[in-house]
Design a protein around this ligand. Structure first.
Ligand SMILES: [Fe+2]
Length: 223
């Protein structure tokens, strides 16, 4: 009798385990599809922001792998970097693709995109961490960033990594209003903002990573 009961318990446990696994697979599948839809919408709206998002994800992911960050952090970094500018879906296209300097009102509007990105992604299952990082990708070490003006200790490491990858990609790609910088000039420009816009230690690590990737010089070593 006791043996039968234990067999029944095992069978119901296996069934329960199968259901959980199936449920987990569905969540993962729908989350993946939702991310894909958001990126396709972004691509329709602004091709540059779409390709920029892919490049920033590759940089951030490569950095995380290079420094062997914990698996769950790599996963968060991957999706947060991929969707870091998704809030731009709510910004008028004429502002996103404007070739001249933005006026005050347009700049005020574009500064809303980290928070809008947070509002969009926080509703995706198991993406709360990514949403919080997306909201902070324009914060600065000196507290002059947006939307909150957080200071260094209040900004998490993953947001700081995305902030550097974001700036590096923006500097090294052509825009209608600005020619791209070469690798060396981009690293020099980034280093000029070490300790004010960017975290010094993470920036130095980023240089080492870029050096390993492109075999360039380490501008910090130049003094
Ligand atoms: Fe952004």
């Amino acid at each position: 009798m006791q043996q039968m009961q234990s067999k029944d318990n095992k069978a119901s446990y296996n069934e329960w385990h199968r259901k959980i696994k199936r449920h987990g697979t569905f969540i993962f599948y729908f989350r993946f599809k939702l991310i894909k839809i958001l990126l396709l919408l972004m691509r329709q709206k602004d091709e540059y922001t779409y390709t920029h998002s892919i490049r920033v994800m590759r940089l951030a992911y490569g950095y995380a792998k290079y420094y062997d960050l914990p698996g769950h952090e790599i996963k968060i970094l991957k999706y947060a970097s991929l969707l870091h500018d998704i809030g731009k879906l709510a910004i008028p296209k004429r502002i996103l693709s404007k070739n001249e300097r933005l006026d005050d009102d347009e700049y005020r509007k574009i500064k809303k995109h980290p928070h809008i990105g947070y509002l969009i992604t926080k509703y995706i299952l198991h993406m709360k961490d990514e949403a919080c990082i997306i909201r902070k990708h324009h914060e600065r070490i000196d507290g002059k960033g947006y939307p909150f003006g957080l200071k260094s200790a209040e900004i998490d490491e993953l947001s700081k990594i995305i902030s550097i990858c974001d700036a590096f990609d923006a500097m090294t790609t052509n825009r209608v209003y600005r020619k791209k910088s070469n690798l060396h000039d981009a690293l020099v420009e980034l280093s000029a903002h070490a300790g004010t816009q960017f975290d010094k230690t993470i920036l130095l690590n980023f240089f080492k990573y870029i050096n390993s990737k492109f075999n360039t010089i380490n501008v910090f070593k130049k003094g």
